[in-house]
Design a protein around this ligand. Structure first.
Ligand code: FES
Ligand code: FES
Length: 151
């Protein structure tokens, strides 16, 4: 089967009915997307599917056929980080950074559908992303910064 990841078409093996996360990490070696809970509860594995942040750990790879998948590796363009990545760096958000790729993907998906979300809308959109290091104030500041820089 073919899937489109970060603007490139890839042929993948779905004989064992893998999840999208297994395909990304094990077949395509895109290891920026992390495995956390395995049950759609932590957000560590979020990737964008046609612009919506989805948990790759419970998404069957076959359901990605015909969709555009974007992982954390696909956000940088021509050697330049995405503005959301820049904002997270500038706010020095992360400690262990295990949650980082899922957090950033969720934030990018949010700002792509709503360029100027309210604080409540940011909290709602990021609700499925857990940071065990509790960097939530910095995450909020980074998203507010990215939103302003895009406006
Ligand atoms: S690993 Fe997918 S949501 Fe936690
Ligand atoms: S920075 Fe450690 S889980 Fe978020």
């Amino acid at each position: 089967m073919k899937i489109n990841v970060n603007g490139k078409s890839h042929t993948i093996n779905v004989s064992a009915n893998p999840t999208l996360l297994e395909v990304l990490r094990e077949q395509l070696e895109l290891t920026g997307t992390k495995y956390g809970c395995g049950e759609a509860a932590c957000g560590a594995c979020r990737v964008m599917m046609d612009g919506t942040a989805v948990p790759a750990c419970i998404t069957p790879a076959v359901s990605a056929q015909g969709k555009d998948i974007t992982t954390i590796e696909g956000l940088e363009k021509n050697g330049k980080l995405h503005p959301v990545q820049e904002a997270f760096l500038e706010e020095d958000v992360f400690q262990c950074a295990y949650c980082a790729s899922g957090m950033i993907v969720s934030a990018v998906a949010l700002l792509e559908r709503n360029a100027s979300p309210s604080r409540e809308e940011i909290i709602e959109a990021m609700n499925g992303n857990i940071c065990r290091c509790c960097t939530y104030p910095q995450i909020m500041a980074a998203i507010e910064k990215a939103k302003t820089s895009k406006a």
